[in-house]
Design a protein around this ligand. Structure first.
Ligand SMILES: Cc1ncc(COP(=O)(O)O)c(C=O)c1O
Length: 321
C-alpha cells in the first residue's frame, strides 16, 4: 500500500468522548481557508474513495451515462462507475505511461457525461497539466469533470480554483497520502454547493468519523509542515528511481506520487513473490500494468534493502514462485 511514513508527521492526539456525531463545520472552514474556497464548497468524506463512490452514485444514470477514464487508473474509478451503471471508455496510456491527451480529447469531443481523472494517477504516477484540464472543463461544459487529487499535494498543482469558477468541476482530496492519515479515512470533496448536495443525498451520513475530523484539524493546524513532508517524499522517490535505474530497470520520467512504476518484464509476478518472501511488499498489477511493478518510495535504508533484494531476485530467474 502506498501510504506515507508516520515518522514524517507528529502523532495525532484524540480527545473527548466519541458519543456525539462528528461536527464538520470547523474542518470545512479550516480546509476551505487552506484551499482558498468558500466553506460551502467543502464536504468532508471518508477518504477520496468515498468521494469517488458518491460521485458515481450521484451522477451516473444506469444504462445512459457515458463515462471516460484514462486506463490504467485507480481501480475504484472504473469499478464504482461500472457498479453505478455507466458505460465506460478507457483511453489507454502511452508506452511511457503518460496520459494519452489526444485520445482523451477526441473521446471528450464525441460526447461524455462524466470524466474521472486522477492526477497524479495511480499506478502510473503521471499528472496532466492543470492548464489542459481547465481548458477541457471550459470546452466541454456539458461534461462533469471529477478530478481525483489524492496525490494533489505531491503533484504540486490543483483544480480547486477551477471548481470555484466552473459548475462542472468536482475535486476530491485525500488526507491519506501526503497528510499521512490513511488509517483514519478522511478526504474532502470540493465543488459548487449543488454538486455537494447531490453527493450528500447518496452517502452514508457521517462516514468521516469524529476521530478523522479531529486528526484532520490537527494536520491543517500544522500545515506549515506539509512542504517539508512533500519534499521528503519527492526526495525518497528520486532516491528510489536512482536505485532502480542503477539496476538497469526502466523507470519513467515525470512520476509525481509517493511510488514509482518500474518495468521488470514478464517475470513481474515471480519477482513480486520473491521480494515478498524477503519481507518486501511491492504491487504487482497483472491486468492494469502487465510487466510492471509499483513500488512505494520508503526511507533510504528501506530502498537500499529493496535494491539489494531486487538485484538478488533478478540474478536468480529460476527461483520458484
Ligand atoms: C488515485 C487514488 N485516488 C484515491 C485513492 C483513495 O484514497 P483514500 O485513502 O483517500 O480513500 C487512492 C488510494 O490509493 C488513489 O491512489
Amino acid at each position: 500500500m502506498n501510504e506515507t511514513d508516520p515518522a514524517l508527521w507528529p502523532p495525532v492526539r484524540l480527545s473527548g468522548a466519541p458519543s456525539r456525531y462528528p461536527y464538520y463545520g470547523e474542518l470545512s472552514r479550516r480546509a476551505a481557508g487552506w484551499l482558498g474556497v468558500d466553506p460551502e464548497m467543502v464536504l468532508p468524506t471518508a477518504g477520496a474513495s468515498e468521494g469517488l463512490l458518491a460521485a458515481a452514485l450521484a451522477f451516473v444514470c444506469p444504462g445512459r451515462t457515458r463515462a471516460l477514464t484514462s486506463t490504467p487508473t485507480f481501480s475504484l474509478i472504473p469499478g464504482y462507475l461500472r457498479m453505478a451503471g455507466a458505460g465506460i471508455s478507457g483511453v489507454p496510456v502511452r508506452g511511457d505511461l503518460t496520459h494519452h491527451r489526444k485520445g482523451m480529447e477526441a473521446r471528450l469531443a464525441l460526447g461524455v457525461d462524466i470524466v474521472v481523472v486522477a492526477s497524479p494517477d495511480n499506478p502510473t504516477g503521471m499528472a496532466l497539466p492543470a492548464g489542459l484540464l481547465r481548458e477541457w472543463a471550459r470546452r466541454f461544459p456539458g461534461t462533469l469533470f471529477v478530478f481525483d487529487e489524492a496525490y494533489g499535494e505531491l503533484g504540486g498543482q490543483t483544480m480547486v480554483p477551477a471548481a470555484s469558477e466552473m459548475d462542472n468541476v468536482l475535486v476530491l482530496r485525500s488526507f491519506s497520502k501526503a497528510w499521512g492519515l490513511a488509517g483514519l479515512r478522511l478526504g474532502l470533496a470540493v465543488g459548487n454547493p449543488g454538486l455537494l448536495q447531490a453527493l450528500r443525498r447518496v452517502r452514508t451520513p457521517y462516514a468521516a468519523g469524529a476521530a478523522a475530523v479531529q486528526a484532520g484539524l490537527q494536520r491543517l493546524q500544522s500545515a506549515d509542515r506539509l512542504p517539508g513532508v512533500v519534499a521528503a517524499i519527492h526526495h525518497r522517490r528520486r532516491f528510489l528511481a536512482r536505485a532502480l535505474r542503477g539496476l538497469e530497470l526502466e523507470v519513467p520520467d515525470g512520476c509525481r506520487a509517493n511510488f514509482l512504476p518500474v518495468r521488470v518484464g514478464p517475470a513481474a509476478g515471480r519477482i513480486a513473490t520473491a521480494l515478498r518472501r524477503r519481507g518486501i511488499l511491492v504491487r504487482h498489477l497483472p491486468h492494469a500494468l502487465p510487466g510492471w511493478l509499483r513500488i512505494t518510495a520508503g526511507r533510504e535504508e528501506e530502498t537500499a534493502r529493496l535494491a539489494e533484494a531486487m538485484e538478488e531476485v533478478l540474478s536468480k530467474p529460476d527461483e520458484e514462485e
